[in-house]
Design a binder for this molecule. Structure first.
Ligand SMILES: [Zn+2]
Length: 65
């Protein structure tokens, strides 16, 4: 019976999950993967400034107006 070993293992796992789930990194990875940042109407890239203001937008400034 070695309960201390179990405790340490689960703590280590929790730490690595937390560090891999940084929200800023996730957003950047999605932009680089092209999952968002492209206009669904014309297919052009949405300006980074616009995405910063409206992270959920699917339309570029041209199509949204
Ligand atoms: Zn567009």
């Amino acid at each position: 019976m070695t309960p201390r070993v179990n405790h340490t293992a689960s703590r280590n796992r929790a730490t690595s999950v937390t560090s891999r789930r940084d929200p800023g990194d996730a957003a950047l990875a999605r932009i680089e993967a092209g999952e968002y940042g492209e206009c669904v109407q014309c297919g052009k890239k949405i300006a980074e400034k616009r995405l910063e203001l409206l992270p959920d937008t699917r339309l570029c400034a041209n199509c949204a107006t």
